[in-house]
Design a protein around this ligand. Structure first.
Ligand SMILES: C[S@@+](CC[C@H](N)C(=O)[O-])C[C@H]1O[C@@H](n2cnc3c(N)ncnc32)[C@H](O)[C@@H]1O
Length: 357
């Protein structure tokens, strides 16, 4: 229950543009250890990071030599709000440059870190920041949740490698899903138990057992990347067999519904609707992503039949269906006289093994 509440809270945060969630060093370390080989000779940019509080800056400056980095750039957004968690005492947005240890103590000393001033506010979309983006090879940060789409679009436009924190709900966004489908972006290793604790001043509504002082717990937080990782080739072990009882077909689309990724049957070669959490287990050699059933346009193009008036009337009778609209293009099941709307399905198909493989 607390997890759902945390997730809903993030949705509200997005609407209210509350973006001050600070990533813990231990979470950065846990994820980054899978990517260490990618950084040798590279310029890393953390472009939503006040270096005075960012653990991304902390991590990369202290690991600079171990990773073999060429350059670290960190830019700080000068937010106009006054009561920020980060007590921004400078009037101007700044950016920092670190080129590694010079005095041999293997610690980033203040005199080794170059402080530069922006003319503008350090918005990642500003020309000044884009100039730094162009100079970088890999972008690593936790960007503002409220600007996630724009943030990703910019990374793609400038052909950057990246590892960023986001929310799993983003996978079904109209502009994010095609990147996942076309293997331009995938999920990283993730946070323990699928939830992250961020340092934040926002109210935490996690249960007492899950609460950490000074933090907010948010469920469904994931890492997105386009850097190759071993996980991407680790095929899901399938052990269930298809049977029509456990795997009902949709009433308006030729595919079976699967409510848990681990239940994908090993002997079904047709289309399947799976929850979006499947993407955490997705390997492109094992499965093909066909479409996003949360996208009405895709549903239409895939020939998913809109619900007729009768079906909608029956759904309304079942109650609690305020969101049901006329001509709704959504997958549905008919079971024991009831209409069931599965939540946010992604349509996939197993890749057939070529003969002899
Ligand atoms: C989710 S927080 C993460 C902060 C930091 N990256 C971390 O992980 O600890 C997102 C940060 O982006 C900053 N931000 C908001 N809008 C921004 C913008 N347009 N350009 C750059 N940074 C922005 C916020 O002030 C906030 O500190």
């Amino acid at each position: 229950m607390a997890a759902i509440a945390g997730n809903a809270q993030l949705g509200l945060a997005r609407k209210a543009k509350k973006d001050e969630f600070y990533t813990r060093l231990e979470d950065i370390e846990r994820e980054l250890r899978h990517y260490e080989g990618h950084f040798k000779g590279k310029t890393v940019l953390c472009n939503c990071d006040d270096p005075r509080v960012s653990n991304f800056f902390h991590y990369f400056s202290y690991k600079f030599e171990d990773l073999g980095l060429k350059r670290l750039i960190t830019t700080c957004y000068k937010n106009q709000e006054r009561d920020l968690f980060s007590q921004n005492d400078s009037e101007r947005a700044i950016w920092l440059e670190y080129n590694g240890d010079k005095n041999g103590n293997r610690v980033p000393d203040p005199e080794e870190i170059g402080i530069r001033y922006f003319n503008g506010d350090g918005d990642f979309r500003s020309e000044e920041c884009i100039e730094l983006l162009k100079q970088s090879d890999i972008v690593v940060t936790n960007p503002p949740f409220s600007l996630f789409r724009e943030y990703v679009a910019q990374l793609v436009e400038y052909h950057k490698n990246f590892l960023i924190v986001g929310h799993q709900n983003a996978v079904t966004y109209k502009d994010i899903f095609p990147l996942i489908k076309n293997n331009q972006m995938w999920l990283g290793y993730g946070f323990p138990g699928g939830a992250a604790h961020f340092m934040s001043r926002y109210e935490d509504i996690a249960s007492a057992g899950q609460h950490k002082v000074g933090m907010i717990r948010v469920s469904g937080v994931v890492w997105f990347t386009n850097l190759s990782i071993p996980k991407r080739n680790e095929e899901l072990i399938l052990y269930r067999k298809y049977n029509p009882m456990d795997y009902p077909k949709y009433a308006n689309y030729e595919a079976i519904d699967i409510s848990k990724t681990c239940d994908i049957p090993e002997d079904w070669d047709g289309l399947m609707g799976v929850p979006k959490s499947f993407l955490d287990k997705y390997t492109p050699d094992q499965f093909e992503i066909i479409g996003n059933a949360s996208d009405t346009d895709w549903c239409r193009s895939a020939g998913i039949r809109a619900m007729g008036k009768d079906t909608i009337a029956r759904l309304r009778k079942q109650g609690n269906m305020a969101h049901v609209t006329a001509n709704m293009n959504s997958l549905y099941l008919e079971q024991e006289g009831k209409i069931i709307l599965p939540y946010a399905r992604i349509i996939i198909r197993r890749r057939r093994q070529e003969a002899g493989q």
